[in-house]
Design a protein around this ligand. Sequence first.
Ligand code: GDP
Length: 314
Amino acid sequence: MSGKRIIAMSGGVGGAKLAEGLARNSNGTPLTLIVNTGDDFNHLGLHISPDIDTALYTLAGLANPETGWGRRDETWSFMQALEQLGGEAWFRLGDADLAMHVERTRRLAAGETLCDITADLASRLGILAQVLAMTDDQVRTRVGTDIGELDFQHYFVREQCRPQVSHIVFKGATAAQPAPQVIQALQSGEAEAIILCPSNPYLSIAPILAIPGMRELLRSAGVPVVAVSPLVGGAAVKGPTTKIMDELGLSVSALQIVEDYADLIDGFVLDSRDAHLRDRIDLPVAVTDTLMRTAHDRLRVANETLAFASSLYS
Ligand code: GDP
């Protein structure tokens, strides 16, 4: 392979775990991570980018392993004081985490782009990978449910994914453009492989792919595109992926994920617990244990995924 850079796409928790392994890959190939911003929202006057924050904290080694969101060793004085004053407390913001949202909001208001701010914050946190917002434009995921159409964080955090999902909308996506740095990364000719991380295909990867031109950019990069299954033994490790698949009338199986990505991917990494599905997938498949409990697991899955992608070069 002649490429010089791995490009990956990710949402929050599941994707960031693989991204962290990819960032440490054994070949030392640098990583560009394109992150979903459909989950972004304005809360308490702050611009919050939950998936970018999860990616930044995970890549910086600052993530809270218990919650899957926020920072480790966090303190909660702000939240306690806010609750005492009767403020909205359903979205938890730790004291150190708060600095991220305040600073991002300040810089956005000063006219900087989300992508530039993200890149700078990543380097200030000592992250070597290039971390990019999928777009500088406003795309907002809204979830149609039995209690009405909800902003994503209202569905995900406030309602804890309980409402039944009927449809998902990416408001603003059709008018959005990929961030210039995303276009540059995908057109640079430097890509070695493109990896769709094991993020929720419907809530985390779909908003990225909904931006006009993004699919074409991926395909025209001319390198293997590989998705890592977000299902382990037919179930989600965390979050509402299978609940949503069921509610949308999709089959709850890794086969469905392959179908969702069919026009985009050249290969699929299937979890070993789903190995019996292998013969029903009409694409090159790598079977491995994709459950990432430890730092070692992340690196192993990342290295195996990259070796698989490399084997797909024609
Ligand atoms: P969110 O934005 O925080 O919901 O996170 P993502 O969309 O990035 O990730 C959610 C998906 O990650 C779910 O479908 C999980 O099953 C998947 N996931 C989480 N941990 C793992 C893991 O260790 N291995 C695999 N294969 N998938 C995982």
